[in-house]
Design a protein around this ligand. Sequence first.
Ligand SMILES: *[C@@H]1O[C@H](CO)[C@@H](O)[C@H](O)[C@H]1NC(C)=O
Ligand SMILES: *[C@@H]1O[C@H](CO)[C@@H](O)[C@H](O)[C@H]1NC(C)=O
Ligand SMILES: *[C@@H]1O[C@H](CO)[C@@H](O)[C@H](O)[C@H]1NC(C)=O
Ligand SMILES: *[C@@H]1O[C@H](CO)[C@@H](O)[C@H](O)[C@H]1NC(C)=O
Length: 331
Amino acid sequence: MKVHHTLICFFFLSLQDGNAEVNINKNISFGVVGRNLTAVFSFPAGTWKMLCRGECKGGNILINTTDEKHQSHRYSTELKSEDGVPHLSVNITQLIMSDAGQYSCGVGGSPSSVSYKQFEVVVAEALLDGNDPAQLKHFNKETGSSLTVGCYFNPSGGQTFFCRGECGEDEVLLQTDDEDASKDRYRIGYRGPSGETYRGGGIVYVTITQLTESDSGRYRCSLNPSPGQGSFRDFEISVTDGVSLPVGLTVAVIIIIIIIIFSSLAVLIICIKRKSNRGLRTRGNSEGTNMEDVHYENCTPGSTREDSTYQSLHPAARDQDQTYSTLTHHT
Ligand SMILES: *[C@@H]1O[C@H](CO)[C@@H](O)[C@H](O)[C@H]1NC(C)=O
Ligand SMILES: *[C@@H]1O[C@H](CO)[C@@H](O)[C@H](O)[C@H]1NC(C)=O
Ligand SMILES: *[C@@H]1O[C@H](CO)[C@@H](O)[C@H](O)[C@H]1NC(C)=O
Ligand SMILES: *[C@@H]1O[C@H](CO)[C@@H](O)[C@H](O)[C@H]1NC(C)=O
C-alpha cells in the first residue's frame, strides 16, 4: 500500500513540475519598455566591434565599427577595459516590445576574425514594484498576443514562482531555481542584482505566449528565500478577441444594407408586376378597376405618385364610365 501511495505521489509530482524545460546558457538580458538596456560581454581586445540582430550577416548588422565608442540610432557599443580585462558594453535605449529577440555581438582583430556571442533580449511591458491592491496592474491583451511582466524584489534570491491566482495548490504554473525555464506557453526567469539600474534588487520575469480568452484572470510572480517567507507581485490580464469585434460589426452592417437593398428591390419588382397585371386586368376584367387603386396606393405612397396614378387612370376612367353605364343598364 505504501509503495502504491508513493508511486501516486511521484506521479503527481512529476506532473506538476517535471516538464519544465530549463533554458541554459541563453545569455539573457532583461529590459523594460521605455527604459535603457545594458549588456556587457568579456572579449579579447580587438579593433572590429559588431552588434547584430540575430546572426551577423546582411541586413541584420546594427553596428560594424572600428570606433572605441559607436552609436547608431538606439544602439551603441563601447569597448572598455577595466583592470586590463576588455569587455564590450552594448546599449539599447528607449526599449520597445519588438526589441525582444536574439542578438549577437563580437570583437575581432579583423572583419574576418570576429568572435561572436549570442544573447537574448527579454522586454517586459511593465516592472511591478509593490503590492498595493489599489494599484493592481491590469493588462488588456488581444488573443494570440504575448505578455511579459517583470517583478522587482529586494531582498533578492530564492526560488521563483509563476502562479495563477495566489500560488495555492494546483495554481503553480512554473517553479524553478534556474535562471530561465519554460513549459508550454509559460516562461519564468530571474536576473540577480545588476548594478544600479535596478537598485540592487532582483527581477523575476514571467511570460505567457499565445494568449487566449481563458487566460484572463489574476496572476502572481513570487520569490521565496525560504518557504512561507516569500514576497510576491500580483497582476491581472483581460484577454479579448480584439480583432473580431470590429469585423463582426462591419459584417452585420453589410448584411443589413444588403437586406435593405434586396427588400426594396423586391418591393419594386412586386409593384412593377402588379402594375403590368393591372394593365392586363383593365383590358380583360371590368371588376379589376376597383382592386387596382388599392394595390397601387399600397406600393407607391406619396403625392407625386398619386398624380401619375390619376393620369394613368385617365384613360381607364372612361372605361369605368362605360362599365358603370353598362351596369346601370342591368339594374
Ligand atoms: C537612456 O539613455 C539615454 C541616451 O544615452 C539617456 O539620455 C537617458 O537618460 C537614459 N535613460 C535612463 C532612464 O537611464
Ligand atoms: C564590416 O565592415 C567591413 C568594412 O566595411 C567589411 O569588410 C565587413 O565585411 C563587415 N562585416 C560584416 C559581417 O559584414
Ligand atoms: C550604456 O549605458 C551605461 C549606463 O547608462 C553606461 O555606463 C555605458 O557607458 C553605456 N554604454 C554605451 C556603449 O553607450
Ligand atoms: C553566454 O555567455 C557566456 C559568458 O559570457 C559565454 O561563455 C557563452 O558562450 C555565451 N553563450 C552563447 C550561446 O553565446
